[in-house]
Design a binder for this molecule. Structure first.
Ligand code: FPP
Length: 283
């Protein structure tokens, strides 16, 4: 465990610094994905329109992104607009698109200051043209940065991503001698996903207490630790991210295997042990 915690990164506030000191810096997640939920409930509790919750959500985005970058998380992915979100009233969708556009315009200097590179996942080509232009502008304006990759999932659906990956595999095969040469394995699927340049998330955070993945990164989250917090997204800050990382570090990741002690016990088990087991477990 790294003990150089007196070296707290610049820019963390007092609470963040306290939470940071409790982390094992050698086991920080390489990629954190966040399902930002609860904007509507936040607004409702205050007798405000839903869009006020989205507006307040931008403050949470800022705080979370900056803290993640300051503690050197290599990749952060935020679920900002799902394919399913088109079902909301046109006025709310329009508000979200405008908010995103304004966020991108306003945020580029801060992203550059924090060495953050912006990327997107989702069917961008179906977003309003002016939003697409702004997205491309912000992507290019941060393309030179070498620190954290901030990926915004926009018009994103994990099932559509898989459909697009299969189509892309077929297209590539057609160009390389035909489908009879197509070899499909897990690595091939991963290479055709929108996230082909990112490691799979180690940690997925969902705010506002819901226990669902909501069609987010279904392939990539296969082994991720899930951290659900009751905090509504507009109240979420960098310190909550650090609490989520601390919780993640308490978990034991086995990827379907056994922990060290159980592995040892299993290797030393005798045939008699197995026969004993057969007696107590009805077939
Ligand atoms: C879910 O809350 C949130 C969204 C659908 C949109 C997320 C958008 C933001 C956080 C603001 C802008 C983002 C960026 C990247 C600038 P909900 O409306 O489903 O909440 P509810 O479940 O309480 O109704």
């Amino acid at each position: 465990m790294t003990t150089l915690h007196d070296k707290v990164p610049a820019g963390l506030d007092r609470k963040e610094a306290e939470a940071y000191r409790r982390l094992d810096l050698e086991r920080l997640p390489r990629h954190i994905a966040i399902i930002m939920d609860g904007n509507g409930r936040w607004a409702k509790r205050r007798h405000m329109p839903r869009v006020a919750g989205h507006r307040a959500g931008v403050t949470a985005v800022r705080s979370t992104v900056e803290t993640a970058a300051r503690i050197h998380i290599p990749a952060l992915t935020l679920y900002a607009f799902s394919e399913e979100n088109w079902k909301r009233p046109a006025s709310e969708v329009g508000f979200l698109m405008g908010l995103l556009s304004r966020y991108l315009k306003a945020e580029v200097p801060t992203l550059n200051k924090n060495n953050i590179r912006l990327e997107y996942i989702g069917r961008q080509q179906e977003l309003p043209p002016d939003v697409q232009e702004r997205m491309e502008w912000a992507r290019q304006a941060t393309a030179h940065n070498t620190g954290m990759v901030l990926t915004l999932a926009l018009n994103y659906s994990a099932r559509s991503e898989l459909v697009d990956a299969f189509r892309s595999m077929l297209h590539a095969a057609a160009q390389n001698g035909g489908v009879e040469h197509l070899e499909i394995d897990e690595a091939a699927v991963s290479r055709h996903l929108y996230t082909r340049n990112l490691p799979d998330p180690d940690l997925v955070v969902r705010t506002s207490g819901e226990m669902r993945l909501s069609n987010f990164l279904l392939w990539q989250l296969a082994y991720a630790e899930i951290y659900v917090t009751p905090t509504l997204w507009p109240d979420f800050r960098g310190v909550h991210l650090l609490e989520g990382i601390a919780e993640y570090q308490k978990r034991e990741r086995r990827y379907g295997g056994l922990n060290h002690n159980d592995h040892h016990a299993s290797k030393n088990a005798t045939t008699e042990d197995a026969e004993d087991t057969e007696e107590v477990i009805p077939s």
